[in-house]
Design a protein around this ligand. Structure first.
Ligand code: PHB
Length: 395
């Protein structure tokens, strides 16, 4: 019988290791296929995430457990699941990557998770925030923040701080729907009420229409989710145009809304917005000052949550490879990733051994003026937050 391509490859690798006396894998680089939006409306998020990957490799070097680490970058261009799936397949089949990584946007991560599951490759989600993504491949893990981690924490905080009725406004796709549902569940459990809700499309929403609708509802407070990128600034302008300013109506949201880039564009329009999130460059943690200094030196700007997702994603990969002694098989790497815990620039972080998803501190921040600049100022924090959707699924 003719050997299958896989058997033939295994035979070659075995022969190579017999000849050299070293495991064959030790001679190959570990290849990581990174899929990000490097162009289009989410290009800046891709640049910030990749900035974290590059800084990690500059600091940690490009060799781990005796193997060289090679990054192969692919531009997905935007929310394009078909493209993401094709790129993931090409990376696995043609470029022979061992690991899939990156993923700013949920639809792309969901599509690539199918490839990870089928090809048995570790998948490291460095941003996308819909809870269920990590359930779509047994080899998927996440170093980002899930939208419900932030939304649920914020709902409890809002109730404790006197908010009783909330109008929700979210992007009509994975992380927006997750945020809306988890915010309202926690808020209602505390005793709060919904005073209405709208969902807007992810692609080029006409925010003026939705802002008008929100104003007509005369809300006591608003909860928002929209992806980082160009949307928060357009949204805030539309809200301001109809007289809904965070200074008069409490505006609550996930931290995508007030990321470093959004604050630069929003300026004073952002003052008063309250968000729950995992990272801001101003955070006072043990490692953050050095991280911000090094990131600025390398990239000429401040890091944001995407950057720390990429940075920690690489740390996870390096730590897992150390534990497996350089074995990059999906099964070995995901087993090594379960339960990893380390000190990140964002604070302590761990990979839940049950769900393979991230556990971290969630900070509550308000946008204020500090030294003449518009910044997120930390008001409160909750440690050891797990994704609430996945935690419920496990029960
Ligand atoms: C997502 O699509 O999951 C996503 C994108 C951008 C964000 C957060 C979540 O800022």
């Amino acid at each position: 019988m003719r050997p299958t391509p896989r058997q033939a490859l295994a035979a070659c690798l075995l022969a190579a290791s017999v000849l050299t006396g070293r495991p064959a894998a030790a001679q190959q680089p570990v290849r990581i296929g990174v899929i990000l939006p490097y162009s289009g409306q989410f290009a800046d998020t891709g640049a910030q995430l990749d900035g974290g990957i590059k800084l990690y490799m500059k600091q940690a070097g490009d060799t781990v457990a005796g193997r060289k680490v090679e990054i192969i970058r692919r531009d997905v261009g935007g929310a394009a699941p078909d493209v993401a799936k094709r790129l993931a397949q090409e990376l696995v089949i043609r470029d022979k990557v061992d690991i899939l990584a990156g993923f700013v946007l949920t639809p792309n991560a969901l599509a690539a998770a199918e490839v990870s599951a089928e090809a048995e490759k570790l998948m490291v989600i460095m941003n996308a925030g819909t809870s269920i993504i990590t359930t779509r491949s047994p080899y998927a893990t996440r170093t980002a923040v899930t939208a419900p981690q932030a939304a649920e924490t914020l709902a409890a905080w809002a109730w404790r701080n006197g908010v009783r009725r909330v109008y929700t406004m979210v992007s009509d796709y994975g992380p927006g729907i997750d945020s809306e549902q988890m915010f309202l569940r926690a808020f209602r459990e505390a005793g709060g009420e919904s005073s209405g809700s709208v969902r807007f499309p992810i692609a080029n929403p006409d925010f003026a229409v939705f802002a008008q609708r929100a104003r007509d509802a005369a809300p006591e407070a608003i909860f928002l989710f929209m992806p980082a990128g160009s949307q928060p600034a357009a949204f805030a302008r539309a809200m301001n145009d109809v007289g809904l300013s965070p200074r008069r109506t409490r505006v609550l949201g996930t931290g995508d809304l007030t990321s470093e880039n959004a604050l630069k564009v929003l300026g004073d329009l952002a003052l008063g917005i309250i968000t729950a999130w995992n990272y801001d460059w101003q955070q006072d943690t043990r490692l953050n000052a050095a991280f911000v200094r090094d990131y600025r030196e390398m990239h000429g700007r401040n890091p944001d949550f995407m950057s720390v997702g990429g940075y920690d994603g690489m740390h996870l990969i390096y730590q897992a490879l150390r534990k497996t002694g350089g074995d990059a098989a999906g099964k070995a790497l995901i087993a090594a990733a379960r339960g990893l815990a380390w000190e990140s620039p964002r604070g302590p972080i761990a990979i839940d051994p049950d769900t393979r998803d991230v556990i971290q501190t969630i900070y509550i921040r308000r946008v204020d003026k500090v030294d003449g600049e518009v910044r997120n100022v930390t008001l409160d924090k909750v440690e050891g937050v797990k994704d609430p959707v996945l935690a419920r699924m496990k029960k």
